[in-house]
Design a protein around this ligand. Structure first.
Ligand code: HEM
Length: 394
């Protein structure tokens, strides 16, 4: 049923988990919503708003007073099960927990981690090079962020295969695990490390964060669990999706590969521009007060979906948004790939470093690569859109 406060001309039927044509092109499927009203109401998935113009996406992302993060809204049950810290907290409580997480991921630690990320990327590339090709998603994109995360929390190498299956379920759930089982598996895996780091802090990410007080008091075990869970779930599929899109772009644009090989000093700017051009994350908010916007009112209790793709690819926000121009990245780009406002990604610096290191190592370690002409690329929608199959050859 369409609520009375939703004008008929705002109503669409758009399934955010499966927009039409998403399996061929995630971005084209979403940008069909651009050019119309800035806020539409979709009847799919129980009915909710979608911000459909760049300036509206950005403004609502910044409106944390009236739009709550508490329930990870559109995916039924997910919020109640995950109870992520800091993602699902609002206001002063959010700030109290976000501060230690920000300190743990401060840029000096990201810089110190870079050699480990380089080694992880190089080792994987070495194994792939002699084969003349790979299925990039399963053989690289899903593995690199997992290895990096495990280095961050200082998990020994021999302990890693156990998290591999979990990692795959996080990035490419096949329905064999419920959300509850996934959370339980993540908690079972992480728990021994959390206990150890709470008792004997080391030099790793969990130790750094957990030794920072929350509003002057120590973390409880439940809070520690929810925070570690947030970091694990927040930093795997997002990074895998990002480097998948970057690899897809370069495979389709050999001139860009050549330019970055000849001028590697452009790689940081290229990383920023590619992150703008290929935004895959969308978030949900729950209105806790009425929000008048774009000529309509989001009523308290309504859900609203904020897709970064409809900001970054809106021609009213970026000139020729679908064109990749590395010189855009020479100045800061105000994209929303990593969010905006008080919940902006705490892993932003780490994510950017991972993309830069990926570009540097992949281009240095492999000859020109292209799409496999026989096996097609496949994509999926969802809160994190991604390539699910990306066959490359070189
Ligand atoms: C390219 C990779 C990444 C993308 C595209 C991405 C995207 C985002 C976005 C859009 C948000 C905002 C969520 C919201 O407004 O509700 C966010 C928040 C967050 N991200 Fe990332 N992220 C990435 C990598 C990472 C990494 C590597 C980590 C951790 C190691 C991480 C941890 C988090 C956490 C904990 C939050 C919650 C912050 C808060 O609520 O204050 N992310 N991310």
């Amino acid at each position: 049923m369409i609520p009375a406060h939703v004008p008929a001309e705002r109503v669409v039927d758009f399934d955010i988990f499966n927009p039409p044509g998403v399996e061929r092109d995630f971005f084209a499927a979403w940008t069909t919503l651009l050019g119309g009203p800035g806020l539409v109401w979709t009847t799919a998935n129980g009915g909710h708003w979608i911000a459909a113009r760049g300036e509206v996406v950005r403004a609502l992302w910044n409106d944390a007073e009236r739009l709550s993060n508490a329930c990870l809204a559109v995916t039924p049950g997910l919020g109640e099960v995950m109870r992520f810290i800091p993602l699902q907290l609002d206001g002063a409580e959010h700030k109290a927990f976000r501060t230690p997480v920000m300190k743990g991921l401060a840029s000096r630690f990201v810089v110190a981690l870079e050699p480990k990320v380089e080694t992880a990327a190089r080792d994987l590339i070495e194994t792939l090079r002699p084969r003349g090709g790979c299925e990039f998603v399963a053989e690289f994109a899903e593995i690199l962020p997992l290895n990096i995360f495990l280095s961050l929390i200082d998990v020994p190498l021999e302990d890693r295969p156990r998290l591999r299956r979990l990692g795959v379920q996080l990035t490419r759930p096949d329905g064999s695990m419920t959300v509850e089982q996934l959370r339980q598996a993540a908690d079972d895996y992480l728990w021994p490390f959390i206990v150890e780091r709470l008792a004997r802090p080391g030099d790793d990410l969990f130790s750094r964060i957990l030794s920072e007080p929350v509003d002057g008091r120590p973390w409880s075990e439940d809070e520690a669990r929810r925070m570690c869970r947030n970091l694990l779930f927040g930093g795997l599929d997002t990074v895998a999706a990002m480097i998948g899109m970057v690899a897809l772009h370069l495979a389709r644009h050999p001139a860009d590969q050549q330019l970055l090989r000849e001028r590697p000093e452009l790689i940081p700017a290229a990383a920023d521009e590619l992150m703008r051009r290929y935004p895959t994350v969308a978030v949900s908010r729950n209105a806790v007060a009425d929000v008048p916007v774009d000529g309509v009112t989001i009523r308290a209790g309504d859900l609203v979906y904020l897709p970064s793709v409809l900001h970054n690819l809106d021609p009213t926000c970026f000139e020729a948004p679908e064109t990749v121009r590395f010189d855009r990245g020479l100045a800061p780009i105000r994209h929303t790939t990593l969010g905006a406002g008080p919940h902006r990604c705490v892993g932003a610096g780490l994510a950017r470093m991972e993309v830069i290191v990926f570009l540097r190592e992949w281009l240095a370690g492999l000859p020109e690569f292209r799409l496999d002409p026989v096996r097609p690329v496949a994509m999926k929608g969802g809160n994190v859109g991604a390539c699910t199959i990306l066959p490359l050859e070189w």
